[in-house]
Design a protein around this ligand. Structure first.
Ligand code: CA
Ligand code: CA
Ligand code: CA
Length: 257
């Protein structure tokens, strides 16, 4: 087992129950008392009570119990361009996206499940920028697997052709990479290449129908590295497992009124 920063939850689960019990059964600390005093009072109680994680011989991670302030600096950007040809029937597009990352484990889409800071490890900043959940870049990787774009850059060329008035198709490809390999499951930057094909029809009497197909080819960043969280490893639990190709089909029927 390599030494290093635990994945995602830095706050050790083993302290959770005893801390809740402490808060429920002990008088609250006076407002304004220093954090060190609060932690000391909790430690004293937990050791006397022999709570889980505080028994003889246990290593107590005091830093994980302390709290303080964090700095937040994040930025994101999207650049889109279209080139129109053949009386606007053919549109070539290119989109570039960037969202700043944070080297703490996990992509950090869900702040309470994947904390991006840890006092125990001297990390007091949150730097991953999260795109608005309603900004859809693709159909599978960011939208369904990760949740939204964060800690990433992507490159998305597309081609759209309108076969007839209101009827056409658009094909796009999205190459995605993480900014910090430490944030990914596979501990490497490349996340995947996804293809999206959308066939659509808009009538002039407020009806719209479409079908979209997505195919994701996952890259090394999506690998499951096993319990050792490192490439290779001996024994079944430590074995690496690559991601599988994913498909998605999405149909839509819309009436405007
Ligand atoms: Ca951080
Ligand atoms: Ca991270
Ligand atoms: Ca492994």
């Amino acid at each position: 087992m390599p030494l290093g920063r635990p994945h995602s939850k830095d706050y050790p689960e083993k302290y959770k129950n005893s801390f809740e019990l402490y808060q429920l059964t002990q008088p609250p600390v006076p407002a304004g008392s220093p954090m060190a005093d609060q932690v000391a009072a909790y430690l004293e109680w937990a050791i006397i009570q022999q709570q889980d994680g505080f028994e003889k011989g246990e290593i107590i991670n005091i830093g994980a119990l302390a709290e303080g302030s964090v700095d937040i600096m994040q930025f994101g950007a999207v650049l889109q361009g279209d080139y129109r040809m053949l009386d606007d029937k053919l549109i070539l597009g290119l989109e570039l996206g960037f969202a700043s990352g944070d080297n703490s484990p996990g992509m950090g889409v869900r702040p309470f499940a994947e904390k991006q800071f840890s006092y125990a490890h001297g990390d007091t900043n949150i730097n991953n920028f999260r795109f608005n959940l309603d900004y859809h870049v693709d159909m599978i990787l960011w939208r369904e697997i990760v949740g939204t774009v964060t800690d990433a850059f992507y490159l998305k060329p597309s081609v759209r052709y309108d076969v007839a008035e209101g009827f056409g198709a658009k094909l796009s490809a999205v190459y995605s990479s993480a900014i910090y390999s430490d944030s990914t499951r596979g501990k490497s930057h490349p996340l995947g290449l996804e293809f999206n094909l959308d066939i659509f029809y808009f009538s002039d009497d407020n009806f719209h129908a479409g079908i979209a197909y997505g195919l994701l080819i996952p890259f090394n960043g999506m690998d499951d590295l096993g319990d050792d969280m490192a490439r290779g490893g001996i024994g079944e639990a430590n074995q690496d497992d690559g991601g599988n190709i994913a498909h998605r089909i999405l149909g839509r029927l819309v009436l405007y009124f």
